[in-house]
Write a protein that binds this ligand. Structure first.
Ligand SMILES: Cc1cc2nc3c(=O)[nH]c(=O)nc-3n(C[C@H](O)[C@H](O)[C@H](O)COP(=O)(O)OP(=O)(O)OC[C@H]3O[C@@H](n4cnc5c(N)ncnc54)[C@H](O)[C@@H]3O)c2cc1C
Length: 278
């Protein structure tokens, strides 16, 4: 088994500030973390390796500082980390991101063996689009299993995987052929603590750093800002409502108190509803 996990380093959203004039996210000085959904993906990958053996490669596209998050993933016991970093990747939208990532995953496959499963998180907590996983799957020609809560079973002989997928109103159990791409949901498992030996090894480990050329990118115009057709026209925070919220003393009959208050504010509504009921 060769499993590739896509991981993005994101600003810690709990500490994000928005520029008061330009309304853009102020990333400077904001601590970074591993995108939380990617930790669920990583743990699921580790569990697959525990059961079936194999290797895990984590890949990220980001600035040189993303090395910190890669080192953290190494401390959980993964086999190798690849940092895709090049100034020409800057300003990538999801289309450009999937192009660079899919090309790098092909190169990872050619270098360390073709991946059987590619994991991504369901979405990031900064870009929030949930487009990168499906986009990478499409570019690689892999089947995609999205919103996966659990990887239930793998049959290596039949080369199939069975997953539980959370959907509206229930859980779907899906079987797919390998290779496939899985996007993992939140709160599906808990990332393990790496051992002390793994933490020490992670601090010393060599991280593979690839530029666009190293990753085998042939068409640089599909990368970064140049390769990004998305245009952000405007970013704004909604204006706070002028009307203040009112606290209703509801006592032990909250529903009745709420309805009474609504009818008090909209006297016509009570009459309209009464006539409808007749
Ligand atoms: C309209 C718009 C404009 C934007 N403009 C800019 C901009 O000007 N500058 C800028 O820096 N960003 C910009 N972004 C953000 C940029 O598009 C995203 O950072 C990037 O394309 C990934 O999308 P996402 O964060 O929504 O990922 P999602 O699709 O939500 O991520 C899903 C999963 O894909 C994987 N993944 C995502 N990104 C990476 C990565 N880089 N490396 C490895 N794995 C990854 C992770 O596993 C993640 O959990 C913009 C986004 C939008 C929607």
């Amino acid at each position: 088994m060769h499993i590739v996990v896509c991981m993005k380093q994101v600003p810690d959203s709990a500490q994000i500030r928005v520029h008061p004039v330009t309304n853009t996210i102020m990333r400077q000085g904001v601590p970074t973390i591993i995108n939380p959904y990617d930790l669920f993906a990583l743990e699921e990958a580790l569990r697959v390796r525990d059961r079936h053996g194999g290797e895990i490669t984590v890949v990220t596209m980001g600035p040189p500082s993303a090395e910190d998050s890669l080192r953290k993933t190494l401390s959980f016991g993964i086999d190798r980390a690849v940092l895709l970093t090049d100034r020409r990747f800057a300003g990538a939208d999801t289309l450009a991101t999937t192009y660079a990532l899919a090309t790098a995953i092909r190169k990872i496959g050619a270098t360390w063996g073709p991946p059987d499963i590619v994991f991504t998180g369901k979405q990031t907590i900064d870009g929030d689009t949930a487009q990168v996983g499906p986009g990478v799957a499409k570019r690689l020609g892999f089947l995609q299993l999205t919103y996966v809560a659990k990887l239930a079973n793998i049959d290596l002989l039949a080369r199939t995987v069975e997953v539980e997928r959370r959907s509206e109103g229930g859980v779907q159990v899906l079987r797919s052929k390998l290779p496939c791409l899985i996007t993992m949901l939140e709160a599906t498992n808990e990332i393990r603590r790496g051992s002390l030996a793994e933490a020490l090894a992670a601090a010393r480990a060599t991280i593979t750093k690839w530029s666009a050329d190293d990753a085998g990118i042939e068409d640089i115009t599909q990368c970064g800002l140049k390769g990004s057709p998305t245009i952000v026209k405007k970013i704004f925070s909604p204006k706070p409502r002028a009307q203040k919220a009112t606290l209703i003393e509801a006592g032990d009959q909250p529903a009745e108190s709420l309805i009474k208050e609504i009818f008090k504010r909209q006297p016509k509504l009570e009459g309209d509803l009464a006539s409808l009921a007749q």
